[in-house]
Design a binder for this molecule. Structure first.
Ligand code: 13P
Length: 246
């Protein structure tokens, strides 16, 4: 099973920069890449990036979706629409959405359910804050988020989980590989208890992953990919991460 390297561009990029980055990556990936790759640009750039990566091995992903199929939700995007414009993945429950938009585990679960119903693979994010970590609450927070955010019928084939310690996002700090291995094993166990076989479940690590630290993180037990923020905006650095996959 190949690792999955997903680039979360967050609220960055212009049509020109998106075109350059997507075309550059298509040229690098050619017919085959060491990892499965997904690009998650801001919603207004999805169609443009989708057109650039069409026919390549690179998949399209969105950064969020609404739980409803359609309706009066100004500014939101439905999972069904994302699916119809060519997305394969959608990130749900990113800590920035949990913080900026007050999304709860129940909200995240509803979005993940909508994503699966639309045929998308939700990349469901969990992770503890600095304070929670310092209080020794990492496992209880992760357990609560995993149990509360995953659809009841989640399987290792229809969802991806991303472990992103909030204190490691955009800070240059990464968790130690020992800590990452511990949390990933814990997530896999919680998943197994609630949803069955977890051996094939993809669990990505996210938080200051770069070309320079990717090899060690991606070779860590239980890590089957990365959710990359800042470094995904740089063609060379993102490609180093793809190439660093075991
Ligand atoms: P950085 O890679 O910039 O730390 O962001 C990680 C992240 O939040 C990806 O979703």
């Amino acid at each position: 099973m190949k690792h999955l390297i997903a680039g979360n561009w967050k609220m960055n990029g212009t049509p020109a920069s998106a075109e350059a980055l997507a075309s550059g990556l298509v040229a690098r990936a050619k017919g085959a890449a060491k990892a499965d790759i997904a690009l998650c640009p801001p919603a207004p750039l999805l169609a443009l990036v989708g057109a650039k990566i069409s026919g390549s091995v690179i998949a399209l992903g969105a950064q969020d979706c609404h739980a409803d199929e359609k309706g009066a939700h100004t500014g939101d995007t439905s999972a069904l629409l994302l699916s119809e414009i060519g997305c394969r993945f959608v990130i749900v429950g990113h800590s920035e959405r949990r913080t900026d938009h007050g999304e709860t585990d129940a909200d995240v679960k509803a979005k993940a359910v909508a994503a699966m119903k639309a045929g998308l693979i939700p990349i469901i994010c969990v992770g503890e804050t600095d304070q929670q970590r310092e209080r020794g609450e990492t496992s209880s927070v992760i357990e609560r988020q995993v149990k509360g955010s995953l659809p009841d019928d989640a399987t290792s084939a229809n969802i991806v989980i991303a472990y992103e310690p909030v204190w490691a996002i955009g800070t240059g700090k990464t968790a130690t590989t020992a800590d990452i291995a511990t949390v990933h094993a814990y997530i896999r166990k919680i998943f197994e208890d609630g949803h069955g076989a977890a051996a094939a479940l993809k669990i990505l690590y996210g938080g200051s992953v770069k070309g320079s630290n990717a090899a060690a993180i991606l070779a860590t037990a239980g890590v089957t990919g990365a959710l990359v923020g800042g470094a995904s905006l740089d063609l060379e650095d993102f490609w180093r991460i793809v190439e660093a996959c075991p």
